[in-house]
Design a protein around this ligand. Sequence first.
Ligand code: 6R9
Length: 593
Amino acid sequence: MNGAGPTVASVMGDYGTARREFTWDSARRWLDGLPGGGLNIAYEAVDRHVAHGHGAHPALRFLGPDGVDQVLTYADLADRTARFAEVLRSLGVGPGDLVCGLAGRVPDLYVALLGTLKARSVFSPLFSAFGPEPLRQRMQIGEARLLVTTPALYRKKVAGLRETLPLLEHVLLIGAGAEDLVGGERLGPGVVPLAELWPGTTGDPVVEPTDPEEPALVHFTSGTTGTPKGAVHVHEAVVAHHATARYVLDLRDDDIFWCTADPGWVTGTSYGVIAPLTCGVTCVVDELEFDARRWYRLLEEERVTVWYTAPTALRMLMKAGSAPHEGRDLSALRHIASVGEPLNPEVVHWGLAELDRPIRDTWWQTETGAIMVANYAATEIRPGSMGRPVPGIDAAVVARDVEGHVLTGVDGGPVVLDEPDALGELALRRPWPSLMRTYLGAPDRYATAFLGDWYLSGDLVRRDADGWFWFVGRGDDVIKSAGHLIGPFEVESALLEHHAVAEAGVIGVPDPVVGEVVKAFVALKPGVEASEELRRELLGWGRTRLGSAVAPREIAFQQDLPKTRSGKIMRRLLKARELGLPEGDLSTLEVSS
Ligand code: 6R9
């Protein structure tokens, strides 16, 4: 179906004109830059609005179980983030040092994120549903010096890791129960409630000159093999955050914006905090987890105008039926956008029928740092298509060989497939402001993400004759569950640490709501018997080590896992067999069980 949904006036206006006229240099001028020169994300997100007389405007509205928990205006945020930067300085945490955040959606997490950027330290969000193992790995790779977390998360997940993290000198406690610890019990070495350090600060608002190319954020993401990759983003990225917030999310000054992603992930940081604040809008933050009735109530009562959410959440609303939104007045809602997983046409049709609005898909990755392909407020949608490249971005479909490697053309770059509907890998021409600058400590892995002038996304797509992109699938074994990226290797490694496990192969199996769920195939050590009890033990083992966001949901015992001649477990074959699909070329297999 073409042309679904109304065409409305938008910030971007006509797509073709914007694509022709847009330059990243011009977008840079939509921002202020630091008064003394340079560019700092936190200044653009917070202080510049105060400088423009917008300080009394609500920046963040936190909603807890009993309604509004706290409101921070831009002036409040400017003051608290400046004080947080002072706290870091007083602890000797300086430019370039890594600060991690591990908390639910509580006000001081947002203060810590932006305050860290003001201090020219580097912030890395960690997801509160990660278990100790993913947390340890990420803090170790990042050489984190300071962690901001809650007393409960510290006790449950971090306390036991301290010996393995000698560089982690400081832990600042925020959120529930943190104030009660002021001047009292210490939960571990260097663990101090943040509130205990506020009195020593002055609120001096100065942001030091920041080079736009200085690292600002590290977002960990998962590959097919090896440890998580820490994608490094610089302050310059804010140019792309801001431009896409205007052009894709269509944000205008008076908007009430709700991004449902958790700031423990790239969407929740880039579009739940930074991008909307650079536009001076009010962001609603729901401190609780998904609940269909509450979500509709929130949309109505907060008069949300722009809503950025994910297919899993939309499918959960769809499943909840009409009752939870009957009688709700959603008339304030102007624009709905989605990200993170394929937005199936069924959900788009549901949105048109039940919410009376199109849901506009957007595509991007941790590595790209900002939205790259999208459907725009002023253009029609094609349900199932992720849209067209944002102004300033050149996207192409490039050829892969049978083993999935991108082919190199005569010019040393990829072979671009120009014919309509050809299947290939999505590639984006570098540079752009929010493109990652490296993977922490892994320059070789970074280098393999590029061929000539092109960044290779790893996603398989088609582009139709009119230039719209259609997502086909991932080109690797990485799993997307409820919008969260999960590296199979991380899950396999955790299972292999259990004494009964000899080998493990982990895949994603399709799920109608969350997209994919993690399933592990496990071969047991000689003499170990498969049993229901052992299966439950392994599921529990996974949950305790990896956390609910990463742990396998299903475990199958299988002694002869299919392997290549070089001994690598063939996840693809496990998946093909699980789904009853053709098994493809088995010539490199050692075992064909
Ligand atoms: C922002 C974010 C990136 C991967 C990406 C792709 C999948 C994201 C999508 C989509 C289909 C969309 N993905 N948006 N797939 N349609 N609109 O999610 O970053 O966590 O790094 O995941 O997510 O496979 O490669 P990240």
